[in-house]
Design a protein around this ligand. Sequence first.
Ligand SMILES: NC(=O)c1ccc[n+]([C@@H]2O[C@H](COP(=O)([O-])OP(=O)(O)OC[C@H]3O[C@@H](n4cnc5c(N)ncnc54)[C@H](OP(=O)(O)O)[C@@H]3O)[C@@H](O)[C@H]2O)c1
Length: 259
Amino acid sequence: MDISSYRQLIPSPVALVTGANKGIGFEISRILAEAGIFVWMAGRDSGRIAAAAASLKKAGLSVDSVPLDVTDPQSVEAAALHVENVSGALDILVNNAGIVNERRLNKAGEPEVIPPSQIELVMLRQTYETNVFGVFTVTKAFLPLLCKSQAGRIVNMSSGLGSLTQRSDPTWGYSAINALAYCSSKTAVNGVTVAFAKELKDTPIKVNAADPGYCATDLNGHSGPRTPTQGAEIAIRLATLPADGPTCGYFDENGTVPW
Ligand SMILES: NC(=O)c1ccc[n+]([C@@H]2O[C@H](COP(=O)([O-])OP(=O)(O)OC[C@H]3O[C@@H](n4cnc5c(N)ncnc54)[C@H](OP(=O)(O)O)[C@@H]3O)[C@@H](O)[C@H]2O)c1
């Protein structure tokens, strides 16, 4: 991917990716670092995130790890302070961390999504704590640092399942997936994206939502047909948009996704 126009805006960019120890977040970190961007790999388990960063450092990439649990405001504040102390600023924030917790095994022992009427309120709350309130908490904490950048970029990892237009269309390929907590949390992520983009519209900061497509990761028991590397691509593109790139949008690798 050609990010030369972004590098013209910021010669030595600094990025932070949440949920970077595995899956799509790890790949986003690796690809950004391979493009010469310093990457803070953030993860909720200090050992796992340090090990993930060590594997990329071993390959000669400029990354470091920082403990950050998106559901714990104190850990988010501590991470923001650490990044400020070490890097002084932040150019790219990828809100990638996310969970799905409304699955169970059916009578045949196969995983299935729990129907909306049967999920527990606590599942909905846990999902929103990570997928929605986590995005808000992290964005708010790092915004002062992003405001110091000449070309701040915020990428919120949404999903095609966050699109109300697609989900309400019975002919859409994934319309059978009716995971109330996960899908509605991603719709809320889209709402958070639009709200921050509107507030920041007169600044250099661009805020967009990314749909990585259905990728094989721990999130879905590795059932997706795409690779995490393919899933990372749209996040990389939005993280390194040129000055005339879009803000307040929702994109997958093919272009705009309908809200
Ligand atoms: N895979 C897909 O098909 C797909 C499709 C559409 C959207 N997405 C979105 O893409 C993003 C990445 O998903 P993935 O497929 O790569 O899943 P994954 O392999 O399960 O990775 C999820 C990452 O989020 C982290 N995380 C979870 N809760 C966290 C918390 N409270 N604080 C910090 N980090 C936390 C996980 O850390 P631990 O290792 O500590 O659990 C892990 O690093 C998610 O937002 C997901 O909703 C994925």
